[in-house]
Each structure stands twice: as C-alpha cells, then as structure tokens.
Write a protein that binds this ligand. Structure first.
Ligand SMILES: [Zn+2]
Length: 544
C-alpha cells in the first residue's frame, strides 16, 4: 500500500483506518480536512483540487517516511482528494498508529503541516458570486500561521483551512509583517499552465549562461515564474557601463561578481527558487559537468566560441538550448531541440563563426532595451519548452530589426551529419595556433622587426585614440576581410585593434584562407597604454 495517494472518489476514512490496525499499536490519531463554505470573507460554493501527481506522490511519500523515522510510529498514511469537491466533503485524511498516543499526535501533525507546505497541490475556489480563483495552499504554511491552528485538533476533526488567509490573501492587504509568499496565480489562471504546469516549472532546472543584458530578463522572468532550480553562470564583475541594459543591478554593485549579484536578486524575488552560482567561464574542460544537472540551457553570451561549445554539448546531452544574439539594433533567436531531433547551430553554420568578426556591445554599441527584448523572448521560449505550450518554434531562426520592427523567419534544416558534426567536436578541440599572437613593447619595434602594422579599428576609434606608430596603415576590419580586392599579406602583417580580440579573430580568419603570414598584436593598443602607465579604457569581454 502506498503511504501517500490521491483519490478522485470520496475518501473512506473507516476503510483507511482499518489498514493501520496493528496489535502492537496502542493508539491511533487522525486528521481530516473538510471543505468549508467560506474563505477570506467570501462564500464558497464548491472547490477543485489539482496536483502534479507524479511529483506530488513522491514528495508525499517522502513526508510520511520522514514522520515514521522522526517519531518512531508504527504506520502512517495520507490521502488527498483531487477533482471537484462539494461543501462538507473530506479533502485530506492523515492517519497514524503507534505504540503510544503522544508520537501519534506529533506524527499526524507533522504530516499535515508538511503536506500543505511541500506537496504541489492547488485549490480552485468557486465563490457564490460566480467568481473563481486558484489558491496555492503552500501559502498556508508560513510559520506565524502554523501555531494558530493547534486548537483545531482537539476532537481530531478540524475544518480544512480554518487557519488560513485570516489577514488577507494578497500581501498588499496585509497589516502585519509576515513575509509575502510567491504567488503564481496570474500565470496559473492560464488554462495551459494551471497547477500541473506550475508543478512542472517547480520541478525543472535551468542553466542561464551569462548574467548580462540577455541574461537579466531571462533570470528575472524564470525566477518569477517559479522555476525550481536556476544555475547562474558568469565570471565577470559588474561595470558601470553595463547598467543601461542590465536592469537587475545597481550602481553601488559595480565591481561585484555578476553571478553573485544576480543570485541575491533571485533570492529576494523568489525565495522558493534554489539558486546555484557558477562564477566561472564556460570552457571545453568544464562544459559537460556544468550543463549535465540542468534540463534546459539559455545562452545569454555574446561570443560564438561559447555558443558553439554550448551547442555541441547540448546536442550531445540531448538538452534544449535557447540561443539569442544581438547586434546594434537587431537580434536573432533560435531554439535548438536535440531532444526533438531539431536542427542545431552547426546544421546552419558548420564552422563556428570566429569571435570578434561580429562586434560585441563594447565595440559595436547597443541600446539597453535591445538585449532586453531578446532576453524576454528567450525567457518566453524557455517557458514554452518547459510547459510544452502549443506553437513551439520548431527549427525557426527569427531575426527582428527593432528600428523597423521587421521580422524575418527562416527555417533551419537538420543536416544529415547532425548530431555527429556537433558531438565530434567534443573529442577533437580546435588546433592551437601558438604563433598567431605576438607582443612587442612598442609598434615601432614591430616595424623594425619587419612587420607591416595594420590598424583594423573603425575610423572613429582611430581618431579618439590614435595608434602610436607613424608607419601604421589603416584598413578597417570589414574592408580587410570583405573588401573588394581580397587582402594579401606582404611579408609579415601585424593586425592591431583596441583589445587584441578583433585582430586575433581577423588573423585567424585570414589564416584559414591561406594567408599564413598574418599575426595579431596581443592585447591591442590597450596593452601598449598599460606599459606606459597611462589609463585607457579596459578591453571588454562582458557578456551582453
Ligand atoms: Zn546539427
């Protein structure tokens, strides 16, 4: 016999009681919860209970097992009604038999309190005035309320919920200082969500990679929605320049690790969410281990190395991953569903785009709401996947231009080489190109060593911070890579940018086209400034 179960039929207490009889037991204590005809001043006509049964039964059985171990009682069981209940019907029954009455009372009390607190059961009340509303029964178990219903149990028959909601259901009506409990009623009212959907969210674990402009809305909405476990991955610290798009943080937080800051905000938004901080960079060596404990991954990074790394691991592990990237006023969204045999990033782009070829926020500039819009779309797609909502994105790649509000949508096709083209990468990392980055104390020294120095920054950057080298040639990166006449390296060409990041990407790209004499100046112009003890803007590698 299962110690915790749900019943769609009327609960037969006598029959349940008979199952607990034992010659060794000298006492039996029981609690019955009944449907009463009023709540919070509103006359109630009837009510409905709903539960995410699979999860609820597991948690219920755990509670009964805890009671047996904790109080040393002989037998215990609990049955909860679900479905439509009339006034006066029994909604929940708890029975305990034991050697002595004392532990029977305690175990009985323990079970009903824990069931109310921990088991995902929701109640929909139908009022006399025709209204109805979902009430999350977990709210009943705030510590200040638990002691109030001790008097209910005198005759073993207490009225269901007689203790609750006495000070108003919504926190704004509250006059005391009882901490507010999360309230999911607004989303549970949607018929596609309901109690079962809420329980699914509670049972799910999501890894958010990047706690920046895209990550902030993802984290806020998923925390608000009541996701059971959130992993927050980011190795960066907050900079003042992040704040226009990263609305979870404040100016006083600058210099603090973002993943820690985001975790603190999640805890204050919704203490029911279990948060794990991963203040590391996602790399080939740690990716599998970091991703494995989660059901779904949201990519909120601004670099392609990480995106493809996530793609390859998620394809290998069969986990859905939601990608977005933004560039100036537009952005792109793609949901990869290896669990549904969907197309992955490599089905569309077999080779990872090199970082630096597309600007990140620091280099390209961005208005705050742009990553905000795309992060919000990602949060929504995550909820769609977790709740299995209708209208899944399939293999669509959606591009939205926020200046014109034009949206284009292409459907990616799953390549015949999928998933091997992704999983094969896990075993064979990209070959290292040791000699591609070079360092000199000054660029004149590089010229003296026979390098042709090419400044690949944009014209605006060159006028703001002129390159300290009289012989340098200026060719912006786009022209260098995609200009009318293809670039041909002379003897040895040394590419220079602000931070060394774009120049490395450009050099890698040119080498992949057979130009083996192209090099990148390590650390860029910022490295030269450091050597001379001057203050230059830091090269940024912040997540969007
Ligand atoms: Zn693929």
């Amino acid at each position: 016999m299962s110690t915790f179960s749900f019943s769609r039929e009327r609960i037969d207490a006598a029959q349940l009681r008979s199952r607990l009889t034992d010659p060794a037991a000298g006492g039996y204590a029981s609690f019955e919860g009944w449907v009463r005809n009023h709540n919070d001043g509103l006359p109630v006509r009837h009510l409905e209970y709903e539960a995410f049964e699979q999860l609820a039964v597991k948690e219920g059985e755990r509670i009964v097992a805890e009671a047996l171990a904790r109080f040393g009682v002989e037998h215990a069981a609990c049955v909860h009604r679900i479905g439509d209940l009339a006034i006066g019907e029994m909604a929940v029954w708890v029975g305990v038999s034991s050697r002595h009455r004392h532990e029977a009372f305690l175990a009985c009390r323990y079970i009903i309190d824990e069931v109310k607190h921990r088991v995902p059961i929701w109640k929909k009340e139908h009022y006399e005035n025709g209204d109805s509303g979902w009430v999350n029964c977990e709210r009943c178990a705030t510590p200040s309320q638990v002691h109030e219903h001790a008097h209910d149990h005198g005759d073993g028959h207490a009225h269901e919920h007689s203790h609750e909601h006495g000070d108003g259901r919504a926190p704004e009506h509250s006059t005391d200082h009882t901490p507010a409990k999360p309230d999911y009623s607004r989303q549970m009212t949607l018929k596609e969500v309901g109690a079962a959907g809420q329980a699914k969210l509670r049972a799910s674990a999501v890894l958010v990679v990047g706690c920046g402009g895209l990550g902030v809305p993802v984290i806020s909405y998923l925390a608000g929605a009541g996701i059971g476990r959130l992993g927050l991955l980011d190795s960066d610290r907050l900079e003042a320049s992040n704040l226009h798009r990263q609305t979870l943080y404040s100016l006083a937080d600058t210099g603090q690790p973002k993943a820690e800051l985001a975790a603190a905000r999640v805890r204050s938004l919704n203490p029911e969410v279990n948060v794990t901080v991963h203040a590391v960079r996602l790399e080939a060596g740690n990716a599998a281990e970091l991703i494995a404990p989660y059901d779904l991954v949201v990519d909120c990074t601004d670099n392609f190395t990480t995106k493809f790394l996530l793609n390859d691991h998620c394809v290998h592990l069969g986990k859905p991953v939601i990608f977005a990237s933004v560039y100036q006023y537009e952005g792109q969204l793609q949901v990869v569903r290896p669990d549904k045999e969907g197309a992955c990033l490599r089905c569309v782009w077999p080779e990872a785009t090199r970082d630096g070829l597309v600007g990140n926020c620091a280099e390209a500039g961005v208005l705050g709401p742009v990553p905000g819009v795309f992060g919000s779309l990602q949060a929504f797609e995550a909820l769609k996947v977790l709740l299995d909502l209708p209208g899944q994105s399939g293999n669509a790649i959606v591009v939205l231009d926020l200046l014109t509000l034009s949206l284009s949508r292409v459907t990616a096709r799953r390549a015949s080489s999928c998933p091997q083209h992704a999983t094969a990468r896990l075993a064979a990392p990209e070959p290292a190109q040791d000699d591609i980055e070079v360092s000199f104390d000054s660029l004149d020294e590089a010229c003296a060593a026979g390098f042709e120095v090419i400044d690949i920054r944009e014209a605006r950057e060159c006028s703001e911070v002129p390159i300290p080298c009289a012989q340098a040639r200026h060719t912006p990166m786009a022209q260098l890579l995609y200009g009318q006449s293809p670039f041909v390296a002379k003897d040895r060409s040394l590419l220079v940018c602000a931070s060394g990041r774009r120049s490395l990407a450009a050099a890698q790209e040119l080498r992949s086209r057979g130009q083996t004499a192209v090099y990148s100046f390590k650390g860029g112009i910022a490295a030269l400034a450091e050597d001379q003890g001057r203050t230059w803007p830091e090269p940024r590698t912040t997540y969007l």
